[in-house]
Design a protein around this ligand. Structure first.
Ligand code: ATP
Ligand code: F6P
Length: 437
């Protein structure tokens, strides 16, 4: 990797402005597209150094002892990030702290630029009182900064006092400082300055699509298809009689969960997803990008056929399913890349139901739930089951609804797969149907 391609995204903003939220999302997105990314949260260093529960006085700029400790934490996090760039070949490091003064940002810039790392400030500005209060209620009431049992009102007051300490010294990023993207009131205005290169523009484009309006994303595979019954891969077959029953039952469950709200249905361009969505009384959109992973020469074969006719390929796929590309077809890695515009659009949208395919839904599910590339191709997305994802502040709730309509099981476990695969990053679902193998 060319050193000029390394970027440090330095978060800037008062407390409760969504910096950690943005940092986590950018990290998850970049990891999903295969870019080595890591978040360095200075708050975690503080909690380790001083213990978790500190009241607002710790953030008072006149508190000299605390200011020294805060600087120490900032430098430790920076040193770890620099080490990570060097030793672990990091590509995008996200430095999550308030970084609210020009002098702190200068210190960071000097160290990072000396190591040949581009610096991009991501500043979140928010003067909407209602949003700030909602943020405090959503994420600070359960923050490790407050002991269990402390009254909500006490927490809100203390957190507001913390914000006031920062307001006293806060200096917004200026044009002569560096490259920046400034998000004002959750993207109602986005100001960019000196953005250059592929990585920076990709991050900016992603940020421009984010919103925080509550919504749900429903996933359903198509109903059981004739090819599913025969155990064949790919194709463009019709639904089986049981698959048709599923398509008839689907609208009832979806409308129950919508509570009168709007929904848009996305299908692939394949018969089985279009047929599955046919009874849903909502606007529909077909996406070519949602078509199932192309199995190339293996399209129309069963797994047993593939093992017999292409034994080497069969073994190679078990060795590295994410990267294995079918002859004349695609790999999961290819599919992730073609799904990127779908993810961007999903971020912009409100309630969406995706009627998709096994491999496609695995890729999208992995984005929301932060599964590693190793785990992704083995996520269990059964037929005749709806998954409801509700994005939350730092994660996603998942509910799973299985219909009482039988279907074949198209899941194939990997005989060579190591038993303990780890989830990537610190981004955990708030609750999750466990869809791991
Ligand atoms: P702190 O400095 O205390 O760590 P923070 O700025 O990192 O605070 P978060 O903990 O990320 O703030 O706040 C999460 C909340 O911010 C979520 O409820 C999320 O909906 C909201 N949020 C996300 N993006 C934005 C934004 N651009 N502006 C304001 N709020 C946002
Ligand atoms: O078997 C159903 C199916 O959607 C096939 O069309 C596709 O090739 C396969 O699942 C993808 O799953 P896997 O990657 O586990 O083979």
């Amino acid at each position: 990797m060319n050193h000029n391609n390394r970027v440090a995204c330095v978060m800037v903003g008062l407390p409760a402005r969504g910096k950690t939220y943005i940092a986590q999302k950018v990290c998850r997105y970049l990891q999903w597209v295969g870019i080595q990314t890591k978040v360095f949260n200075v708050g975690n260093y503080r909690r380790q150094l001083t213990g978790a529960q500190t009241d607002h006085s710790f953030f008072d700029p006149h508190n000299e002892e605390a200011s020294q400790l805060r600087l120490q934490c900032a430098i430790e996090a920076l040193n770890d990030m620099l080490r990570w760039f060097k030793k672990d070949h990091g590509v995008v490091g996200i430095y999550d702290a308030t970084n609210s003064t020009a002098s702190r940002r200068r210190l960071l810039r000097e160290r990072l630029e000396a190591a040949d790392i581009q610096v991009m400030f991501i500043e979140s500005v928010c003067d909407a009182e209602d949003i700030v209060l909602r943020n405090i209620m959503q994420v600070k009431l359960n923050s490790p900064d407050y002991a269990d049992g402390v009254e909500s009102e006490t927490i809100v007051n203390d957190f507001r006092a913390r914000i006031e300490h920062y307001e006293g010294v806060y200096e917004p990023v200026t044009e002569d400082e560096s490259t920046f993207v400034k998000m004002v009131n959750v993207g109602s205005k986005v100001i960019i300055n000196r953005i250059c290169g592929y990585l920076q523009s990709r991050v900016v484009y992603y940020l421009m699509n984010l919103h925080i309006v509550p919504r749900a994303i429903f996933f359903s595979r198509h109903g059981e298809s004739m090819y599913n019954v025969l155990g064949k891969l790919g194709g463009d077959s019709d639904l089986s009689p049981r698959g048709r029953k599923y398509s008839e039952a689907l609208p009832g469950l979806i409308s129950k969960h919508l509570d009168g709200q709007n929904l848009t249905v996305w299908t692939s361009t394949m018969r089985r997803t279009i047929q599955t969505g046919q009874h849903l009384p909502y606007p529909k959109l077909q996406w070519k990008a949602l078509d199932e992973l192309d199995a190339g020469v293996c399209d129309g074969l069963t797994y047993e056929d593939v093992e017999q006719q292409y034994p080497e390929d069969f073994a190679l796929r078990d060795d590295d399913k994410f990267n294995y590309r079918y002859r004349g077809g695609e790999s999961y890695r290819d599919v992730v890349l073609r799904l990127e515009p779908v993810i961007m659009e999903l971020e912009r949208q409100h309630n969406i139901l995706i009627v998709g395919h096994q491999a496609i839904l695995r890729c999208i599910y992995a984005y929301y739930l932060n599964y590693s590339h190793e785990e992704l191709p083995y996520i269990k997305i059964p037929l005749h089951t709806v998954l409801k994802l509700t994005p939350r502040a730092y994660g996603c709730d998942v509910e799973q609804y299985k219909f009482d309509i039988e279907a074949v099981d198209t899941y194939r476990a990997n005989p060579k797969r190591p038993s303990s695969l780890k989830r990537v990053g610190a981004h955990t679902p708030t609750t999750s149907a466990d869809l791991r193998a």
